[in-house]
Write a protein that binds this ligand. Structure first.
Ligand code: PMP
Length: 363
């Protein structure tokens, strides 16, 4: 018999894979454009691919201490190695951190609409989510968070830039929440695309209760290799290392992350291209009379459907006929909303054509 909380889990549903989409629509994979999972269309930079090909010791386990990568990350983040914990994607750090802090009956505070994995893992721990919705402008409602705290609240979870709304959390809001003494988790999976690409990492040595989660999936184009890291106060980092399984980060992930950090100019150039393309994509979305896009600091843009005659399903029908995968939301916090990952310029062009053909009742 499984634990009762497992029965309550609503599994995290990722963006549809190319394989599944191709099977469902009959469109061959090589004609598809995947803009549904905030992946980086440029992929890893060439030195990463070259280093992966050169490496000959894939038969050996990785360095459990990840010495070389933590050293490179210390230089990149400006924080000493003792603050850094690596993982098999930042998803896995969420899983680990939650299990280290949440006992049955505890709770976390989450501010929807946001990344839903926080809720899935909370349920897995036998804990609960207290939802404190964002304001109309998708900012945090700090007063409401403060009054929602209970003695069992172990984590306050913030996503900055927030997936899917795209806005940053204000630093003064983070500081106010840190004053509560609860552990504040700031998920910065997309921060490199924002106006504050260094995020709030510099505050970690100042606060014993601030955690920052980062990923190589988005800015560095390494989503398939699964490599993430976090910046933690030393006491939390040491508990995480105790609880972590050995060899969590595979050798390919180590190599790719180290090479990425050794060629930052090349990576930032691509990030800049995506930021420029984001602004063009925003114009394309805003040009559709039925869409209201929200300005974004991530590598994606959320847009609300603002014409009562058109549904996300009508948009989906047109967009999918062009072989384009987007994310469509239809739940209480996000009614008739879509999210588009920033792709290559030609992806934006094709999307513009598909959006121009959207008609009511097409679905
Ligand atoms: N946090 C947020 C907000 C995300 O959107 C994602 C990926 N969708 C992740 C974390 C997980 O990233 P990773 O690939 O490093 O596990």
């Amino acid at each position: 018999q499984v634990r009762p909380e497992i029965e309550r889990i609503a599994p995290y549903v990722p963006g549809e894979s190319l394989e599944a989409f191709s099977q469902r629509t009959g469109i061959p994979i090589d004609r598809l454009i995947k803009l549904n999972s905030n992946e980086n269309p440029y992929g890893p930079i060439p030195p990463v691919l070259a280093a992966l090909g050169r490496y000959v010791s894939y038969n050996n386990y990785p360095d459990t201490d990840s010495t070389a990568l933590r050293r490179a990350l210390a230089e990149f983040t400006g924080l000493a190695e003792r603050y850094i914990v690596l993982s098999h994607g930042s998803n896995e750090l969420i899983n680990l951190l939650w299990h280290v802090f949440l006992s049955v009956g505890d709770n976390i505070i989450c501010c929807p609409p946001t990344f839903t994995l926080y809720t899935t893992v909370t349920t897995l721990c036998g804990a609960y989510v207290i939802e404190v919705p964002r304001t109309e402008s998708y900012d945090l409602d700090v007063e409401a968070i403060l009054s929602a705290l209970t003695p069992e609240t172990k984590l306050i979870v913030l996503c900055s830039p927030n997936n899917p709304t795209g806005n940053l959390v204000a630093q003064e809001d983070i500081r106010r929440l840190l004053e509560t003494g609860r552990i504040v988790v700031v998920d910065e999976a997309y921060v490199e695309f924002s106006q504050q690409p260094r995020g709030v990492a510099h505050l970690v040595p100042e606060y014993p209760n601030l955690v920052v989660l980062r990923s190589f999936s988005k800015w560095a184009g390494l989503a398939g290799l699964r490599i993430g890291y976090g910046l933690f106060p030393e006491w939390i980092a040491s508990y995480l290392r105790r609880a972590q399984c050995p060899f969590e980060v595979n050798v390919a992930g180590h190599i790719a992350a180290i090479e990425t950090l050794a060629h930052l100019d090349c990576v930032w150039e691509r990030v800049q291209l995506l930021i420029q393309e984001r602004e063009r994509l925003f114009q394309v979305l805003a040009a559709q009379p039925y869409l209201a896009p929200v300005p974004s600091q991530g590598n994606f843009i959320m847009a609300r459907v603002c014409d009562e005659e058109i549904t996300v399903e009508d948009i989906r029908a047109s967009v999918e006929s062009y072989g384009i995968l987007l994310r469509y939301f239809q739940h209480p916090y996000l009614q008739n909303v879509l999210r588009v990952t920033v792709g290559l310029p030609e992806h934006t062009d094709l999307l513009a054509r598909a959006l121009a053909e959207v008609r009511p009742g097409r679905a």
